[in-house]
Write a protein that binds this ligand. Sequence first.
Ligand code: PLP
Length: 418
Amino acid sequence: MNKLDQIRAAESRLLLSTYDRNPLLFVGGAGVHIIDESGEKYLDLLSGIGVNALGYGHPVIEEAIVRQSRKLIHTSNLYFHEGQAELALRLTELTGLDRAFFSNSGTEAWEAALKLARAHAGILRSEGKQIGTKFLALEQSFHGRTFGSMATTYKAKYREPFAPVMPGVEFVRFNDIADLRAKFSSEVCAILLEAVQGEGGVRPLTQEFFAETRALTSSTGALLIADEIQSGMGRTGKWCAYEHYGVMPDITTLAKPLAGGIPMGAVLCTEEVSRAFHPGQHGTTFGGGPLACAVAIAVIDHIENENLLDHVAQVGDYFQQQLRSLAARHSAIVDVRGKGLMVAAELDSAALAKLTAAEMLKRHILINCTSDTVLRFLPPFILQRAHVDTAIAALDEIFTENAAAHTAAPSVGGKSHV
Ligand SMILES: Cc1ncc(COP(=O)(O)O)c(C=O)c1O
C-alpha cells in the first residue's frame, strides 16, 4: 500500500466522515504551485479555498512565523500582547470601520457579527427605538457552519439535518429589490450579505440592490453586515468588495487570507455598533493570538508594498477576458463573472462542470466547482498572466474534447451576458 492509500484507510477508520477528499497527498508548495508526495507540481487556482493569497512558501510569511514563534505564540486574551492593537489599526484603516474583534475562523467572525447585531438592537430598544431581532439574509448565501452562521446560510442541506436552527432568519431573493422591500420592516435588526457571493457561485450584487440595503437599514437603525470572508483582503482588487459599490456596512467580517494560512478571522464594526459589547459578553481563548497577528500584519505589509491590489485587478481582468474568448468558442460556457481574482465560468451542465474540474486535476491544475454548474477560480494574488494562459489552454482542450458528447446532451439555460 502506498502512503496515500495508508492515510486514506486510516482516515476512513479514524475521522468523522465530513469530507470527500480528492486522492492527492500534498507535502509542500512553492509560489503558485502545490507539490504532492511524488514531487509532482500542481498549479493551484483555488489556494486552499481562497486562503493562500501569497501562495506557498512565501518568505514574508515564513519569516513572520519564525520571528514571532521564537518570541511568543499564545497569551490568551487575559493579557496584552504587541499584535492586536497594531493589526486592529491596520484593519480599521483598510476597512473604514472603527473597532475589531479577532477570531480563529470565518464562521466565528460571523457569529460575533450576529451577536453584535442582536446586542446592538437591544441597546436601541432600551433607548426607546422600535427595532426587532430578525435577520434578513440572501438566497444562495454562505456564512459558515456553526449554529448561527448555518441558520443564515441559504442551502437547506446545510441546515435541515440540524434542525431546529436559530430562529428569526428570513431569506430574500438575490438582487430582488421588490422582495427586499417586502420583507424589510422595523422587525429587522440587520441585513446580511456578501457583496460578491462566493459559495453561491461568485455572484456580485447589483449596485441598486446593495444601495437599497443601505438605504433601508439606515432608515430604521438596523445594521448592514457585509461578509467579506471570501471576497475581502484584496481578493477582488480592493481590500473589501463593498468598496466597488461605494456602500459602507456597519459591520464586516474577514478571515481566509487574513493571516496567510494561519487560522484567523476578524469582525470590524463602527464605533456606534461597538457599544453592544462589554467585557464578558464575547470572547475566545485563541483568537487574535500573537502568532496570527504578526503574520497578518506581515501579509498586509506585503500586499501594500508590492501593490498587489492593482496586480490582482489586472490579472483578474485578463483572466475574465480570456474566459470570455473561450466562451466565444465553446457554447458550454454560459456566463463569465467575478471581480479581481474571484472569478467564475458558469457552464450549462452540472455533469460537465464536475468533469471539467476532474480533467483539470488530471492536468495538474486545481479549481473547484461550486453551485453545481460554476467553475470557481480563487488563485493566489501572485498569479501571473502565464498561469492564466496555462489554465485557459487546458480548459480549451477539455471543452474541445467534450464538445461532441456535450452537443449530444440536452442543454439547460441559455447564453447570458458572457
Ligand atoms: C463568505 C463566507 N463566509 C463564511 C465562511 C466560513 O468561513 P470558515 O470556513 O473559515 O468558518 C466562508 C467559507 O467558505 C465564506 O466563504
